[in-house]
Design a protein around this ligand. Structure first.
Ligand code: ATP
Length: 226
């Protein structure tokens, strides 16, 4: 039993970061009274297409989005060559924080793909998991993932902060149907992305013409947003 404060780990491509990520991170940070919430951009995602924006642009947008928040941006995957395997990142966190409860945060969509992750069996040896339900993605009812939930789910009388690793908890957050791909397609179509992501990030996207095929023509994009 550790009863130390939790360190949350939210990985993703963040191409770009948006209010779905930020609100989810904030609600979990508060619900679990975390010591830290680390947002971890993937440098070279092993299981999906290369991000549209460069690693540096994605990082800069995250730094803008996390100003005056309790979140930090963990750049460790940018300092490693080759595919960004989460297991290596979490191992690095475990070495840095040997005693603290670590909680890897996964949307249900991400959890359902976890068997394809490099050395996925090691994830629960290194960390707990917080799984966030997402519309359209149901919890597995049979198979390896269902067994994983059965064996590792925290009992109602247990506290996840008492465990350094090995436990799974499902925690709902306010569902926001925002995705980075939607933001990219709106931008490419010249439509406004207002109210989907922080204004400083929208300004950054506009400044560097990220995600657009051509220059953006939507008048809403021309507004100065303070
Ligand atoms: P894309 O549309 O490019 O696939 P995305 O918006 O799903 O991107 P990712 O960077 O792939 O964002 O997601 C990182 C993590 O954040 C994943 O665990 C994912 O489930 C979670 N996540 C993404 N969008 C939301 C959202 N709207 N609400 C809660 N969690 C989210």
């Amino acid at each position: 039993m550790s009863s130390k404060k939790i360190i949350g780990l939210l990985g993703g491509t963040f191409d770009p970061i948006h209010f779905g990520h930020l609100r989810c991170a904030l609600e979990l940070y508060q619900a679990f009274e975390m010591k830290e919430m680390r947002l971890i951009p993937s440098h070279i995602p092993p299981h999906r297409q290369t991000p549209k924006a460069s690693a540096d642009h994605r990082l800069q947008m995250m730094l803008l989005a996390t100003q005056q928040t309790p979140f930090s941006v963990d750049e460790s995957e940018f300092h490693r060559a080759g595919p960004s395997y989460s297991v290596e990142t979490i191992l690095g966190c475990r070495q840095r924080f040997p005693q603290e409860p670590l909680c890897l945060i996964l949307g249900m969509d991400a959890f359902l793909k976890i068997l394809s992750w490099h050395q996925w069996e090691k994830l629960l040896e290194l960390s707990n998991m917080i799984i966030v339900p997402r519309a359209g993605w149901n919890a597995p009812q049979s198979g390896v993932l269902a067994d994983l939930l059965t064996h590792h789910t925290l009992a109602p009388h247990e506290k996840i902060s008492d465990y350094r690793a090995g436990k799974i908890v499902q925690q709902s957050v306010t569902p926001l149907g925002i995705s980075a791909s939607f933001i990219r397609s709106l931008t490419a179509a010249g439509q406004s992305t207002r109210f989907l992501l922080p204004d400083p990030v929208r300004r950054y996207i506009r400044k560097y013409s990220l995600y657009s095929q051509d220059s953006i023509t939507d008048p809403i994009h021309q507004e100065v947003v303070h």
